[in-house]
Structures are given as structure tokens and as C-alpha cells.
Design a protein around this ligand. Structure first.
Ligand SMILES: [Zn+2]
Length: 469
């Protein structure tokens, strides 16, 4: 009896000017969320999605179909990605010095590492704790395996400090003549599981075989090295596929704005994942949040003032070609891209947003975040957006990054343990709701965020996005 007048009232009400839509979205995204079912489908039926792999191609097709099933206008934008493959990987302590018996070490190749030639690399290990120590090794490093052993602090912020050992350590070791590199896994917990991630040969360093070693085996190496010289045999079958590049795509969909369709609010996540697990927390969770946000917005009686565009980026993990390609292709449109929001911090509950839009922008986002009070997700602070939207940030687009509870994120990140069972459904649903509300609010607000100037306009130190490669 009561339902009909309520519905009529809802349909007749001017949708733009009130808090009704955020409230309704909040209820719908929690009551009828498809986020969890979608994530199970992506991770269980497609699985690993390393850029350039058949899994990534299947994910592109899956995402396009899913957007279309939601009744959305969806399309692909081509992206050429570097195709790196893993192959065999093995490491063993060789008898000699303090080692009385051979022992296997749990290792996994780092993205962009070359393989070992012939029968593998056998070399003495030399331990360092920082890039500076590695650079200072000089001739001592020649022909050796440089072992970067620095424990990651528990919790999210430790990643930003430690990640450079993985991204830049092997190149630093190569410059002083090392034959290979081992990097202690960037992990806050371990069941002797190595955590991969990309390494970079920037600055013309000649590529050398580089692998992550499990936390337990990093500790073992450290104890043995205190007893005497240690040799390791490293065999890696990884390298670039032939041809080294593959045609892939970003997957897009949008809801056109009702008043200013030329102004775009971008919501993004990355569709690719590392190959060891099934990319549930990194970044399948972000993918389904973005899909759910656009679906829920499309179900509103009226579109928001501006266009909301979902972008599922390809190859955030091992090349960033999707993020860079989007910025190039849409360069002419970036002055009218009023905000870009990325979800790439796992599947935990939402805390709020980090923002690059100056103090005035922070104040506006705080106001827009007020409907998130019931989710306890109103924390708004200065900080960088995700890696995929960093090229947009450089072009002056205000960026936001969904901040989430990440206390266990780096237990599983980039490892074989990144699987669907780690996801707490209610937490993922709440984060999807936070993305939905913020996307709506940014697209509907009468005013827009201030454009970003060249230097960071706020004094607070930037919060590193947990998965900035
Ligand atoms: Zn990620």
C-alpha cells in the first residue's frame, strides 16, 4: 500500500538537488551489490591476468560482456603491452662454506627479469640493506648475486619505503657488475611464499636475472652469511615473449551526464594482475567496485550532471601502458576531466579518500564524503592517486584514491595467496558503496575540484598508494 506513493514521489522529485540520491545509492550498493559475485566470477573463471597473457585477453572480453550485461555503453581502446612470461624458477643453496647439504629456496622471478642462460647462474651471495649499500659495493659485487634484505614494516606505509629495493635494486646491482639479484619479498606475513612485482632497468642498466625470495629464506640466507660465504644456484626461465609486445586493451563504459556530458569523472581500477594468484585483492576488487559504481549510477532515475566513465586499465603491474595510453589518447579531453578516482588498495573496508586537489579541493571532497559517515569512510587527506591515474595527475587532473583498511593487504599482495577467499564480502561491498557515492557526488556537485598545479599545493606529505607498482 505504501510503496506506490513513495515510488511516485521518488520519480517525481527533482533528483539533483538533494541528498536523496546518495542515500538511495548507499542502500542499493549494500543491499543489491553484484560486487562479490562478480569478483568470484572474474577470479574463479578467468583467473590470473598478467598483461599479454591469454588470461588478460579473456579478462578484457569478460569485462566488456559484463558492462554490456549491465546495459551500459561499453567499448575497448587498444593498448600495446610488453608481454613478459615467467617459466621455470628454482634456487638452491650449494654445498660449501657453512652449507653442508643443498637446500631449495622459495623464489619467484621479478617482472621484466631476463632468464638465466644455459644451466643457470651459480654465484656467491652478497647481502645489502639499501640501494646505497649496493651502489657502494663497487668491485665486490662483480659476478655475484646481490641480496637485498630489508624487512618491510607491518602495515601499508612500509611498502612505499621498501618497494624501491625491488623496482630499482636489481638495476643498481647490475651497474656495479653483479650477475644476479635476490630481493627479500615485500610482505608483512609469509608462509614461505615469495611475492613478485616489477623491476625496472631504467637508466640503461643491463638486465640481470632478478628474483624475489621468501621472507623465511631471506632470514635463512642472512643467518648462513653470518657463518661464511654462501653460493646459490639460480635458474629462471622468464623473459619477453616473441614478439615482445601484444595488442591488448583498456575496457571502458560510461553513463553520459545530463547537463555537462563533456565533463568527465573517471573511475578506474586495473584489470591485469600478477600471474601467481588470481588477482582478487590486486586489483579484481577495484575492478568490481568500479563496475558496481557505474551500474548503480546507471540505475538512477536521472543521470548525474556530468559523465561518469569507468576505465579498467591494462598492465598497471608491469609497464603501466594502459594508464599512459589513456592519458595520451584522451589528452584533448583532460582539461574537462574534472576528477579521476582509482580503487587499487585491496578489498578491505573503506576509510575515505586521498586527494590531490589542494586545500580547497580537500574541503570540497570532505563535504562530498559526508554521506559516507555510516560507512565510517569520511577520512579525507592529501595524497597521491593510484598508478594508473598518475599520468592524469601530471596533466593537472585532480585525483582521488580510495583509502581502505590494508592491515593484511601485504600479507597476500603479488603472491600465490592473492585469491578470492581473502575477501570479506561485507568489506568489499562497503568499499564499492564508497566508490559509488563519491563518483556520484563528484559528477553531480555544482562546483568542481581545483585543477592541480605543478607542485603539490598542500604541506602534508603524500600518502603513497599501496600498489604504486
Ligand atoms: Zn594493483
Amino acid at each position: 500500500m505504501l510503496a506506490t506513493p513513495c515510488l511516485l514521489l521518488m520519480l517525481a522529485a527533482p533528483p539533483a538537488a538533494s541528498a536523496e540520491v546518495p542515500e538511495r545509492l548507499l542502500r542499493a550498493t549494500q543491499g543489491q551489490s553484484q560486487a562479490v559475485a562478480r569478483l568470484a566470477e572474474l577470479t574463479d573463471t578467468v583467473g590470473p591476468r598478467l598483461a599479454g597473457s591469454p588470461g588478460a585477453a579473456a579478462a578484457v572480453a569478460w569485462a566488456l560482456r559484463a558492462f554490456e550485461a549491465d546495459g551500459l555503453k561499453a567499448w575497448l581502446e587498444p593498448v600495446t603491452v610488453t608481454a613478459w612470461t615467467r617459466g621455470e624458477e628454482r634456487a638452491e643453496l650449494l654445498v660449501g662454506g657453512p652449507v653442508l647439504r643443498p637446500q631449495r629456496l622459495a623464489v619467484t622471478a621479478l617482472g621484466n627479469s631476463p632468464g638465466t642462460a644455459g644451466g643457470g647462474l651459480s654465484a656467491e651471495v652478497i647481502e645489502v640493506r639499501s640501494l646505497e649499500e649496493a651502489a657502494a659495493l663497487g668491485a665486490q659485487a662483480r659476478g655475484r648475486i646481490v641480496f637485498f634484505n630489508h624487512a618491510m614494516a607491518t602495515g601499508g606505509p612500509g611498502y612505499g619505503d621498501t618497494a624501491q629495493l625491488r623496482t630499482r635494486g636489481p638495476a643498481t646491482a647490475s651497474r656495479v657488475g653483479a650477475a644476479g639479484a635476490l630481493v627479500r619479498s615485500l610482505a608483512t606475513a609469509s608462509l614461505r611464499t615469495p611475492h613478485t612485482g616489477m623491476t625496472s632497468w631504467e637508466g640503461g642498466a643491463s638486465p640481470i636475472p632478478a628474483a624475489a625470495v621468501s621472507v623465511e629464506d631471506a632470514e635463512l640466507l642472512h643467518r648462513l652469511l653470518a657463518r661464511g660465504p654462501v653460493r646459490v644456484q639460480l635458474t629462471l626461465g622468464c623473459g619477453f615473449a616473441s614478439p615482445a609486445t601484444v595488442e591488448s586493451a583498456n575496457v571502458l563504459a560510461e553513463v553520459r551526464g545530463r547537463e555537462r556530458p563533456e565533463e568527465v569523472v573517471l573511475i578506474g581500477a586495473h584489470l591485469d594482475s600478477w600471474d601467481l594468484g588470481t588477482g582478487a585483492i590486486d586489483d579484481g576488487a577495484g575492478v568490481v567496485m568500479v563496475m558496481e559504481a557505474l551500474r548503480q549510477i546507471s540505475l538512477q532515475p536521472q543521470a548525474p550532471r556530468r559523465t561518469v566513465r569507468a576505465v579498467l586499465f591494462m598492465n598497471e603491474e608491469n609497464g603501466l601502458e594502459g594508464g599512459l595510453g589513456y592519458a595520451r589518447r584522451h589528452a584533448a579531453e583532460l582539461p574537462r576531466t574534472v576528477a579521476a578516482v582509482e580503487a587499487d588498495s585491496g578489498a578491505g573496508r573503506p576509510l575515505g579518500f586521498s586527494v590531490t586537489a589542494g586545500e580547497v579541493g580537500l574541503a570540497l571532497v570532505r563535504r562530498l564524503a559526508s554521506p559516507l559517515a555510516s560507512l565510517e569512510a569520511t577520512r579525507v587527506e592529501a595524497g597521491a592517486g593510484g598508478a594508473d591515474i598518475s599520468p592524469l595527475q601530471e596533466a593537472g587532473v585532480p585525483t582521488l584514491s580510495l583509502q581502505q583498511e590494508t592491515s593484511r593487504y601485504f600479507d597476500w599482495h603479488h603472491s600465490a595467496a592473492d585469491t578470492f577467499d581473502k575477501v570479506v564480502p561485507a568489506e568489499l561491498i562497503a568499499s564499492a558503496a564508497a566508490m559509488t557515492i563519491m563518483a556520484w557526488q563528484l559528477a553531480e556537485a555544482p562546483e568542481t575540484l581545483p585543477r592541480v598545479t605543478s607542485s603539490p599545493p598542500v604541506k602534508a606529505p603524500p600518502v603513497p598508494a599501496p600498489d604504486r607498482r
